[in-house]
Ligand binder design. Structure first.
Ligand SMILES: Nc1ncnc2c1ncn2[C@@H]1O[C@H](COP(=O)(O)OP(=O)(O)O)[C@@H](O)[C@H]1O
Ligand SMILES: [Mg+2]
Length: 264
């Protein structure tokens, strides 16, 4: 099963979940599972609400709810950047279930490389020194889907776009994962994708933002209220307006660390 396949939401929503393991680098209970329905099988990530560590800076709602809300925004806008995600009961209670995307092994779109090793066309984000004191650069690819993801992160106010949250699928598609700390009403954008800061938004991103503006007044708005506070849904609409008015990628605010740590 692939993200765009028919029936994928049905499989995720109604399939039988079998927990296969825990993702080791995950900070909350993030479980890798098999899921099957009527002879169709796939793999998924299951994050039970019960396994969430409370966060002082995200006291409202649940991380799982924020992941669903972020998926709904991606779909309504037409970004298609988040693998299909649902909220449903599972072996450890209600949680988010997201289709697993198989990724390319040696083709990451975000990297840390020695200063003289930046590939042509790649965008440097941060210069630092590695543990041996050698200059190193945090870089990311200048990929059209990544440009969309940077615009998407700005609109959903993603506080945690690490390198490991950008997936390069085996078929070349690009997806973002781990959206549990998105959509706060305060400005919290923290990302490694600063490579286009101040540059004009691509036409596709502008169109997605316009579509999103249209949907927020309708059913999408209502569904978002199931997972977010009133103030958060209002702030989302304000960010859409602000981005459309500015027409460019935002620049980091001074009062918040703009790059997630660790960056991967
Ligand atoms: N839907 C997915 N498809 C493929 N890989 C995923 C998916 N979701 C998460 N991962 C991988 O698992 C890692 C941990 O998942 P993540 O959502 O970041 O958990 P946590 O919230 O605990 O940090 C991610 O960095 C990514 O490499
Ligand atoms: Mg993570």
């Amino acid at each position: 099963m692939r993200p765009g396949d028919e029936g994928v939401l049905d499989l995720l929503g109604r399939g039988r979940i079998e927990v296969e393991g825990r993702l080791v680098d995950a900070s909350n209970a993030t479980l890798f599972c098999g899921i099957s329905l009527d002879g169709v099988a796939a793999r998924c990530v299951y994050k039970p609400v019960r396994g969430e560590r409370p966060l002082w800076d995200f006291p409202d709602g649940t991380l799982a709810g924020r992941e669903i809300a972020t998926y709904l925004v991606s779909e309504a806008a037409g970004f298609g950047l988040v693998p299909p995600t649902v909220l449903r009961p599972g072996p450890f209670g209600s949680g988010m279930v997201q289709l697993w995307v198989d990724t390319r092994d040696d083709d990451d779109l975000v990297d840390i490389v020695p200063e003289d090793d930046v590939r042509p066309g790649w965008r440097p984000v941060l210069r630092a020194h590695d543990r041996y004191g050698e200059p190193a650069v945090l870089v990311h690819a200048d990929h059209p889907r990544m440009r969309l993801m940077a615009a998407f992160d700005a609109v959903v106010n993603n506080a945690d776009r690490k390198g490991g949250h950008v997936l390069h699928a085996v078929d070349g598609a690009v997806f973002g994962v781990d959206h549990g700390i998105c959509l706060h009403s305060d400005d919290k954008l923290r990302t490694v994708l600063w490579g286009w800061l101040g540059e004009p938004l691509p036409e596709e991103a502008v169109e997605a933002l316009r579509a999103l503006r249209g949907h927020l007044g309708g059913e999408l708005g209502e569904r978002l209220h199931e997972h977010l506070t009133r103030a958060e849904v209002r702030a989302l609409a304000e960010r859409v307006e602000k981005l459309l008015a500015a027409g460019v990628y935002p620049t980091p605010s001074d009062d918040w660390p703009a790059i997630p740590w660790p960056a991967f």
